[in-house]
Design a protein around this ligand. Structure first.
Ligand code: HPA
Length: 235
């Protein structure tokens, strides 16, 4: 079998998948952290690999940028490939004043301006939420790592270059940071009865015009990657 977007055969993909937005990050993780990585997908350059980390079979696959892309890949992983757990790793812009460059954000929930939830015909506003099992494990792992981290609500936006400049309003509601994928991932996981979590590294502060260097993003990325891998082996 395969899907329009994924060449993998059933069974090629592990029960737990780590999903960076950038497929080249997926390749980097596979080559630097997994034993015996095997590439199962190259369609559209959205690399997917399965290998072994600390004795456990783990997959790592790119999601692409934005909710439609994340939604396609995560839907197929949950519904066509029997994946149980997806851990997104990505970057975020800080919104809260308490969040600094290079901090880690673990997304308990994801507010959004996306219309993704409209497909469910709910008579109200849905609250996309992380899996408690993954969230609680990730918090334990992150505490042991001794890095600055925050757990709370993030904002999944449909726009990177935004004309409305509404971040100050989200800030008033205690939102920690902005990214572009998590709300759709959490909705897909809930709909499929599966588990999802998003772990982010703060790469920029849009309200203060600050950003990290490429080198800083690389080392921050390593912390986040290790948190995701340790969480994956602990469940
Ligand atoms: N906006 C949206 N997504 C992001 C940002 C941002 O400022 N930084 C990292 N991902």
């Amino acid at each position: 079998m395969s899907t329009p977007h994924n060449n993998a055969e059933k069974g090629d993909i592990a029960k737990t998948v780590i999903m960076p937005g950038d497929p080249l990050r997926a390749k980097f993780i596979a080559e630097n952290y997994l034993e015996n990585p095997v590439c199962y997908n190259e369609v559209r350059g959205m690399y997917g690999y399965t290998g072994v980390y600390k004795g456990k079979r783990i997959s790592v696959q790119g999601s692409g940028m934005g909710m439609p892309s994340m939604a396609i890949y995560s839907w197929e992983l949950f519904s066509e490939y029997d994946v149980d757990n997806i851990i997104r790793t990505g970057t975020a812009g800080a919104i809260s004043d308490n969040v600094s460059l290079r901090d880690i954000i673990i997304a308990m929930s994801a507010s959004t301006n996306s219309a993704y939830a409209s497909q469910y015909n709910l008579p109200g506003t849905y609250a996309p939420t992380a899996s408690w099992e993954l969230l609680s494990q990730a918090v334990k792992v992150t505490e042991n790592k001794g890095v600055n981290f925050h757990v709370g609500n993030i904002f999944s936006s449909d726009t990177f270059y935004d004309d409305a400049g509404s971040l100050a309003q989200w800030q008033k509601m205690g939102v920690l940071g902005i990214e572009m994928e998590t709300a759709a991932l959490y909705m897909n996981a809930s709909r499929a009865g599966k588990n999802a979590l998003c772990i982010l590294t703060v790469s920029d502060c849009p309200l203060k015009n600050l950003s990290t260097t490429a080198e800083e993003r690389q080392s921050g990325f390593r912390n986040m990657m290790e948190i995701a891998l340790e969480t994956a082996v602990s469940i």
